[in-house]
Write a protein that binds this ligand. Structure first.
Ligand code: G6P
Length: 607
């Protein structure tokens, strides 16, 4: 979603802002803009489309020491140059905004009656005018911003610049992420550290409701009511935040092929073949787990599918009731209060607004033990949760989540093992699972080698309008993830059904034009999914089967993809690789923008 970058520097800020925008591209956007101070004025340049379109419009000789820039993902108003940020008021105040201003209609009417003209269809434009309004009433820049934000309702991260105060940038964080980067004689603001990693490795992670005043050599922070606040500076290993494709064609491809290494990092130092090590979730977690009788998981998108896998594991291996809800639904389905509950959020970014809102809601209405399985240290979910297990996948740039998902599953398996240990499961069973989990990176690596098979499957799909994915038990959430990957990057309509539901609707869609991808386990579901596949084949549907069985009588004209065999509970994780690569190669054949699929955002920071 939208991205902000800004800074006050001794050197030329313009190339830093442009590089920052490129590094924010992965979040998803449809237009971009930059405002930087020139000798006397402020230059404002905006463009529909990509950051390189904006670059083409920029004065090649542009130099400045203070500026803000933005990538916009449309919420209010179509993607257009007018709606792109920064928004200006009276050519004095310039604002880049992430989030949603919920009371923008009221503020618009008020500002119009005060003589302000609104140029865009956005909710964001009111912010600059409101600041300018207070400035016209005699307030200085700092006080005008403080007064204006006290009037705003909703979620907002802001970068604000005043033409008449050429030394200061103001940033605000309210339910939308914003970090401060500190350099030598220079200070920066950005939505995430990815944007700033070429210029600094020292960051301050603002809390909700904090305002930051930046000048070249000074960073001061206060709360919305003006009380000074101290935020520690953290050093981050910025070498991890590279936007280098390392010879791959797309970040998605790179991230799929990084999975053995990523899972290795997720397991590193956390597990032996006897089970998980103590303290990997933080001090005292195991002791608190002893009392747990319910598990509530909240997540969105791909992370939700990881949660659904844990649900099966929890029931089968722990006998603990586990419920999984979408972040956008959790609080609105009026959850029944439960005692002794572990509330777990799962998220790649740690910033998904719906997941974060659910966690805050649960903490307010109940008293659960909170844990987040997350890929981004210092993210909002990590800070709001009592305990964190980082997935250690490394930055994920491709909008469609891949290595984050597989590492989430590895981390959830660590949680399963820890719970089994705490609840007194047989050491033999724990040992069996732990040693198979340790082998997972090698099996993923083997699965990644069969690219020709996946390319052949993609050829069957890329001209079709629809694809059906079937799975049973643990393979059903994986089928859903497969369908999600295909629709996200190839725009082919894809649906996943539990095999047993085939006869209750989707069978009506089957004919020779409908490819079906069936996930075939080597367990008690085999006979039943075989019958489902026969039902499809009898209606001339083309079936591709994927599973650990060597030979299959199911070999329908789509062919069978054999994946390495491991324990039944881990085999679905290996099954993810063929599904990711089939989607990837299908998207290549269709010629879509794999890393930046239309209309989608990497980090969804609005509810
Ligand atoms: C967006 C991304 C998905 C991701 C979902 C949840 O929709 O495009 O890839 O699964 O958000 O994000 P999270 O960061 O919470 O895992």
């Amino acid at each position: 979603m939208c991205g902000i970058v800004g800074g006050v520097t001794e050197r030329n800020i313009v190339p830093i802002l442009i590089e920052g925008l490129h590094r924010l591209e992965y979040r998803g956007y449809d237009s971009a803009g930059i405002a930087y101070r020139t000798e006397e004025n402020v230059s404002l340049v905006k463009s529909l489309g990509r950051v390189h379109d904006l670059e083409k419009k920029l004065d090649k000789k542009a130099t400045s020491n203070i500026g803000i820039a933005h990538t916009r993902w449309a919420t209010h108003g179509i993607p257009s140059e007018k709606n792109a940020h920064p928004h200006a008021s009276n050519k004095n105040i310039y604002v880049a905004h992430n989030g949603i201003i919920e009371n923008h209609e009221d503020l618009k009417s008020e500002l119009k009656s005060e003589g302000f003209k609104l140029y865009s269809q956005t909710d964001s434009e009111v912010i600059g005018h409101l600041i300018e309004f207070y400035k016209q009433r005699g307030m200085d820049f700092d006080s005008s911003v403080m007064k204006a934000i006290s009037r705003l309702k909703g979620a907002f991260a802001l970068a604000v610049m005043d033409k008449n105060d050429p030394e200061t940038l103001i940033g605000v964080r309210q339910s939308s992420p914003l970090v401060v980067g500190e350099g030598f004689d220079e200070s920066f603001l950005a939505s995430d550290i990815m944007a700033l990693s070429p210029v600094t490795n020292k960051f301050k992670f603002l809390e909700d409701g904090q305002v930051v005043f930046l000048s070249k050599d000074k960073v001061s922070i206060c709360s919305k009511d003006g009380r000074a606040a101290k935020v520690p500076t953290k050093e981050v290993d910025s070498t991890a935040y590279t936007n280098d494709l390392s010879g791959y064609n797309h970040f998605m491809e790179k991230e799929i092929f990084e999975q053995p290494e990523s899972v290795q990092s997720a397991l590193e130092g956390r597990i032996t073949n006897k089970g998980t090590r103590e303290g990997i979730f933080g001090a005292g977690f195991e002791k608190k787990l002893k009392n747990i009788e319910n598990i509530q998981i909240v997540a969105c998108g791909t992370s939700y599918h990881a949660g659904r896998i844990f649900e099966y594991w929890s029931h089968k291996f722990l006998g603990i009731n586990c419920r999984v809800d979408y972040g956008s639904e959790y609080q609105y389905q009026e959850p029944v209060k439960t005692k002794k509950t572990l509330l777990m959020t799962i998220s790649q970014s740690g910033e998904t607004a719906d997941t974060l809102a659910s966690l805050k809601f649960a903490k307010k209405t109940d008293d659960p033990l909170t844990l987040t399985i997350c890929n981004v240290a210092n993210s909002s979910l990590c800070r709001e949760s009592e305990y964190t297990l980082l997935t250690n996948a490394g930055p994920e740039i491709g909008v469609a989540s891949t290595k984050a998902f597989v590492t989430q599953l590895a981390c959830l398996n660590l949680l399963l093992l820890t719970l089994m240990q705490v609840k007194g499961a047989k050491p033999g069973t724990i040992k069996n699972i732990a040693s198979s989990l340790i082998e997972l990176p090698d099996q993923l690596a083997k699965t990644l080698k069969m690219t020709d098979t996946y390319k052949a499957a993609a050829k069957l799909l890329f001209k079709r309008h629809s694809t059906l994915f079937l799975g049973r038990g643990l393979y059903f959430p994986i089928a859903r993830e497969g369908a999600l990957k295909l629709k996200e990057i190839s725009y082919i309509h894809a649906e996943a059904y539990p095999g047993g539901e085939l006869k209750h609707g989707p069978l009506a869609m089957i004919d020779k034009n409908m490819p079906v991808i069936a996930l075939v386990p080597d367990n008690e579901h085999l006979d039943k999914i075989t019958s489902n596949i026969e039902e499809v084949a009898a209606r001339k549907g083309k079936v591709i089967t994927i599973g650990p069985l060597k030979k299959t009588t199911l070999n329908k004209d789509g062919g069978h993809i054999k994946i390495p065999k491991t324990l039944d509970l881990l085999n679905p994780i290996i099954c993810v690789v063929p599904l990711q690569l089939i989607s990837y190669y299908t998207a290549l054949l269709k010629g879509t923008d794999v890393d930046k699929p239309r209309n989608l955002a990497k980090s969804v920071t609005v509810e």
